[in-house]
Design a protein around this ligand. Structure first.
Ligand code: RIB
Ligand code: CA
Length: 354
């Protein structure tokens, strides 16, 4: 599909749905997304994860409106992870208010949104978007896989309709960041992740999975966010970045308290950027951008008393199953961070005269 960009030239647009749980690094991903001129944001899905679903939906609306993108629909996700919703696993979901702040926006105080979440649920939005853009839609999940798993139930042919999904999550042969062996997004809804890994095994393009052993290298620092702030000129975008800097300040404090130093690991924006960059070059001549990857059959431990939620990769093929995921093993972090910095510094193309 082509559209005239603000600069007047015709562009081939990339249809995209972002399913996120803002969350501070999700907010960076939203900001990065708003700076793209060749992306048709078909929808934003808000998943429970860092904070409850109702809050992530409000946060997504607020971050979008603050940047002047109140036009983008935010589809509320399921209230609970799959196992909590159907009672097969009674433990109440954990939320990450110590990591992302009680409201999920760190120290940032965002104006309450004037718009409201869409009446169309996140799962329905996944199906509608895939059907509207057959074999073109890029789906990116930077929170739990709950909504995508529910969308698979609504439309079993989803893996044949979506061009490719990019998922931030997992810790393969690597210590967890949530429990000893689990990464947050998968830990929050392990059943959903297992269903997505299994359901998308038949997709033309295997899901790309960005686990924390790769994404932890992507580190935002106070100096870098300060450079971005001082390098941008549009007043509306500068205001947006000031709020992001306040959100990141909380994230810096969390990472320092967690022993990583006064910095912020940005997991989500990289996975979004990799998906968009891949979509611009689907021949994928250079592989997944900024990354070294490996194919593997993957699954999620659901029963382990110590390891429920652990992601497992069958590197040696012991299961006899075909690889169902392309796992990111290493990210050229500095190259990506330079790209992120210049993109956020440039900001969205505003036509304030409109
Ligand atoms: O483990 C990192 C992931 O969990 C990121 O998506 C972060 O936003 C949190 O949701
Ligand atoms: Ca997230």
């Amino acid at each position: 599909m082509t559209r005239q960009s603000p600069g007047g030239e015709n562009r081939t647009m990339i249809p995209l749905l972002l399913d996120c749980d803002p969350g501070i690094d999700d907010a960076v991903a939203l900001g990065y997304l708003m700076c793209q001129e060749d992306v048709e944001v078909v929808g934003i899905a808000a998943s429970g994860g860092n904070v409850p679903t109702a809050q992530t939906a409000l946060n997504a609306l607020s971050w979008l409106e603050l940047a002047g993108r109140g036009d983008l629909p935010v589809h509320p996700g399921a209230e609970l992870p799959l196992a909590a919703a159907d009672g097969t696993f009674g433990a109440p979901p954990l939320y990450a208010d110590t990591t992302h702040g009680p409201s999920g926006t760190g120290h940032a105080v965002l104006p309450s949104p004037r718009t409201t979440p869409s009446d169309i649920s996140a799962a329905e939005a996944w199906v509608d978007a895939a059907r509207a853009h057959p074999n073109e839609l890029i789906g990116v999940v930077t929170g739990p896989c709950t909504n995508l798993a529910l969308a698979l139930e609504l439309e079993p042919d989803l893996p044949q309709l979506i061009k490719r999904v990019f998922i931030m999550g997992g810790a393969f042969n690597y210590r967890g960041n949530t429990k000893p062996t689990t990464e947050w997004n998968i830990d929050h809804d392990p059943e959903a992740a297992a269903r997505v890994f299994s359901g998308f095994a038949s997709a033309q393009h295997r899901p790309v999975v960005g686990p924390i052993e790769a994404t932890e290298a992507i580190v935002m620092t106070p100096d870098r966010i300060s450079r971005i702030l001082h390098g941008t000129s549009d007043p509306q975008w500068h205001n947006w970045l000031e709020h992001l800097a306040e959100a990141l300040r909380f994230y810096f404090e969390f990472h320092a308290a967690d022993g990583h130093g006064y910095l912020a690991q940005l997991h989500d924006p990289y996975v979004l950027a990799a998906g968009l960059q891949w979509a611009r070059n689907p021949a994928c001549t250079g592989g997944i951008p900024w990354a070294k990857t490996a194919l593997a059959a993957v699954d999620v431990e659901l029963q382990g008393s110590l390891t429920r939620g652990e992601t497992v990769a069958d590197w040696l093929g012991r299961w006899g199953a075909a690889p169902n995921a392309e796992l990111i093993r290493h990210v050229q972090a500095e190259d990506f961070l330079h790209h992120l910095e210049t993109t956020l510094m440039k900001g969205p193309t505003y036509d304030h005269a409109r």
